[in-house]
Write a protein that binds this ligand. Structure first.
Ligand SMILES: [Zn+2]
Length: 287
């Protein structure tokens, strides 16, 4: 089944060349995990067991693991699963990456420039060196902005600085990200435009969106979903049902589009104070 209506073997599309329809975006399963130890509330051993059971479920259900590049080239169908991780947490590097590597499964990781270089964040975040190593091994390394603020809420100036300063840092570190993941999955037209203007060819969100390649929807998973729930999250009806549920169920009862770890926004909810080098001013408590 052709999922995206453009010719294969062409470079990833820009917004001007192509608009994906919502159904097309939903056809390949695009999964999003964060820190699978949930900020230390789940032991590394248990987190590994949970992730392994998810990957086994996917394989047994007939899904093929595919890459972001395949996705953007429109090569994927409904039996393809793209695994992505936001925040480049330690548990991604130490648990998920070796496991996915052993399976030969492609993976994408979206990192924060404001965390990757910080010595005091080494316990929660991958370093630039690790991200470079990942990239050299074929992991798709994308940008997740600088300090994990909701880009649709901060002043426009700050929003653009979050995107451009992060992009510049990635480039200084020898990484050239082509895709972007919105912190908390949050964006509006101005944020989309800023990401496009910064040179990105696609951007990922969570749950909502789906109109074009700058709002690719992902299915948010904590890692703790059992087989039944995972089956639902992978189903064709998932987004539809989810949208309906959202209309009636208060937000606080739903798994939020935010990092699992709690804390102030300044450093992505990782319990770290903002990095002054990022020029970031704290904008308030996370919800
Ligand atoms: Zn994040």
């Amino acid at each position: 089944m052709t999922v995206m209506a453009y010719v294969p073997d062409t470079p990833p599309p820009t917004r001007w060349e192509f608009r994906m329809d919502r159904d097309a975006l939903e056809a390949p399963r695009i999964l999003l995990y964060h820190d699978i130890t949930l900020g230390g509330r789940v032991s590394p051993r248990e987190a590994a067991r949970r992730l392994r059971s998810h990957l086994e479920h996917l394989a047994m259900a007939g899904y093929r693991f595919a890459s972001v590049d395949d996705l953007l080239r429109g090569h994927l169908g409904p039996h393809d699963a793209v695994v992505t991780f936001d925040d480049a947490s330690r548990s991604f590097a130490d648990i998920a990456l070796p496991m996915l590597g052993a399976l030969g499964a492609p993976v994408a990781v979206f990192a924060l420039s404001g965390l990757a270089g910080r010595a005091d964040a080494a316990a929660v975040s991958m370093s630039w060196r690790e991200l470079r190593e990942c990239s050299a091994r074929g992991v798709h390394v994308g940008c997740h902005a600088a300090t994990h603020v909701p880009l649709d809420e901060v002043p426009a100036e700050r929003m653009r600085a979050e995107i451009t300063s992060a992009t510049r840092r990635f480039e200084e570190e020898g990484l050239n990200p082509t895709t972007f993941a919105y912190p908390f999955g949050r964006y509006d037209d101005a944020v989309k435009a800023a990401v496009r203007d910064a040179g990105y060819s696609a951007a990922f969100t969570v749950m909502r969106g789906g109109a074009d390649v700058f709002e690719i929807r992902r299915r948010l998973l904590s890692g703790g979903e059992g087989p039944l729930q995972l089956g639902f999250e992978l189903s064709d009806r998932f987004f539809e049902t989810r949208d309906a549920v959202r209309r009636f169920v208060p937000r606080r009862f739903l798994l939020q589009e935010r990092p699992i770890a709690r804390g102030r926004w300044g450093a992505g909810g990782f319990g770290l104070s903002p990095d002054p080098a990022e020029g970031a001013t704290d904008v308030g408590e996370g919800r």
